[in-house]
Design a protein around this ligand. Structure first.
Ligand code: ATP
Ligand code: MG
Length: 271
């Protein structure tokens, strides 16, 4: 099982424009690895480099010390992956990657059913449904299940939480944490506050320099200076006591959710 991906002096370009310069950092198993940065900072491009789709780079990506070979070892879920459904049933959608690997229908079905179950979808209920008949959160989980059913050692997710409601986000966060046991999970997000608790490393991309940070360091920098990273107001408020602390606040996603709901109720009562 793969333990660690390492970026060694990665410089990424589009033609003559350098987008990421001398990037160093690492991603490990048993934690969620975050990639954050403003729009246009190069997050999706970095995922495409790791997936082997973008080749204009110097430096190297090492997997447990060896040059990383992305082909067959990686799954990249683009933003809104459910927009790319192209099969007529949930069964075909989730089984597609296995079919491409020349498995027979009889071999595929039990694996695909079990994998759906793992992603919180009841195969008996949705097996023959059209993927677009599922709810928003279910569609997202199906899309990510379909991307990962062949058990790639490295899973890259571009904005997996975007557009989900709070419950959908919490369900997905716990699934992603579970996946990190067996896979190196790398998540690009504009909402790092939702995942800091589960993350162990954070790569911050910025035109003036990229940094590999511990989540607590990132949080302290963002709390001290909102131009470093604009955390949402409610989150800044919830964790303000921790601005000087070297530890992450003991705020679980559930607690933050309850905190926000209470504030919303207080706000509604005042109106
Ligand atoms: N195919 C391309 N050719 C040239 N430049 C590109 C190409 N794709 C992206 N870029 C440029 O690279 C920069 C980074 O793009 P990228 O999509 O990696 O950013 P991002 O951090 O994912 O942004 P967002 O948060 O908006 O998704 C942008 O300035 C973009 O214009
Ligand atoms: Mg992007």
């Amino acid at each position: 099982m793969l333990e660690r991906l390492e970026l060694k002096d990665l410089t990424v370009r589009y033609g003559r424009n350098i987008l990421l310069k001398n990037l160093c950092g690492s991603f490990s198993r048993r934690q969620i690895n975050l990639v954050v940065g403003r729009a246009g900072s190069g997050k999706s491009t970095l995922l495409r480099v790791l997936a082997g789709f973008h080749k204009e780079y110097e430096g190297s990506v090492l997997a447990d010390g060896q040059v990383f070979e992305p082909s067959g070892n990686i799954s990249l879920a683009f933003q809104n992956p459910e927009a790319l459904f192209f099969n007529g049933t949930v069964a075909e959608e989730v089984g597609y990657a296995l079919k491409m690997r020349k498995m027979s229908a009889r071999e595929i079905e039990p694996i695909a059913r079990q994998w759906l179950q793992k992603w919180g979808l009841d195969p008996d209920r949705c097996w023959l449904n059209h993927p677009l008949e599922l709810s928003g959160g279910e569609k997202r989980r199906l899309a990510l299940a379909a991307c990962t059913v062949f058990l790639p050692p490295v899973v890259l997710l571009d904005e997996p939480l975007a557009g989900l409601d709070a419950q959908g986000q919490r369900d997905l966060i716990s699934l992603l944490s579970g996946m990190a046991t067996d896979h190196i999970v790398i998540v690009v997000t504009h909402e790092p506050e939702l995942l800091l608790e589960q993350s162990g490393s954070l790569l911050y991309l910025h035109a003036d320099g990229c940094k590999s940070l511990k989540p607590a360091e990132f949080l302290r920098l963002a709390l001290a200076d909102s131009s470093f990273f604009p955390l949402p107001e409610w989150y800044r408020y919830a964790v303000r006591h921790f601005a000087q602390s070297s530890d992450l606040p003991n705020l679980r996603a559930d607690d933050v959710y309850r905190f926000v709901k209470t504030r919303e109720r207080m706000h509604a009562d005042q109106l």
